[in-house]
Design a protein around this ligand. Structure first.
Ligand SMILES: [Zn+2]
Length: 131
């Protein structure tokens, strides 16, 4: 099968790819793909960039994924105290963060995207995904 040109990619579609560390990946837009990498016995989501660490898109295999699934290796940062979404208000450094509850001092927590991991993991095992 001929490789797919980057301009024909659909955000949220899962593709079989040829990349440095991953074999299947969801297209997250802006030339970024997210897939499962294995390193030292651990499996986790990794971002590969088309034209850099990912050089060939072979074929779509599933999707598009539900819009409720964040297409990134990590979820947006949350406030350690209230668990609500945070955003960066800087510069200057060190990071001045704010949260939706207006906590006085905001320390961020970043979570791995388990929902996307589970979906891609199931796809790698040959289980179909309903969108
Ligand atoms: Zn907070």
């Amino acid at each position: 099968m001929d490789p797919i040109p980057a301009m024909d990619l659909t955000r949220g579609m899962v593709y079989r790819v040829s990349a440095r560390n991953i074999r299947i990946a969801v297209y997250a837009g802006e030339n970024k793909f997210v897939g499962i990498r294995e390193k030292f016995g651990e499996r986790f989501l990794e971002i590969e960039v088309f034209g850099d660490t990912l050089n060939r898109i072979i074929s779509p295999i599933a999707g598009p994924l539900p819009k409720t699934i964040v297409l990134d290796a990590y979820l947006p940062p949350r406030c350690r105290r209230c668990r609500k979404l945070c955003w960066w208000t800087g510069p200057p450094a060190p990071a001045p963060w704010a949260c939706r509850s207006g906590c006085a001092t905001v320390e961020t927590v970043v979570w791995r995207n388990r929902k996307l991991f589970r979906l891609l993991n199931a796809l790698e095992k040959g289980v179909s995904v309903s969108a």
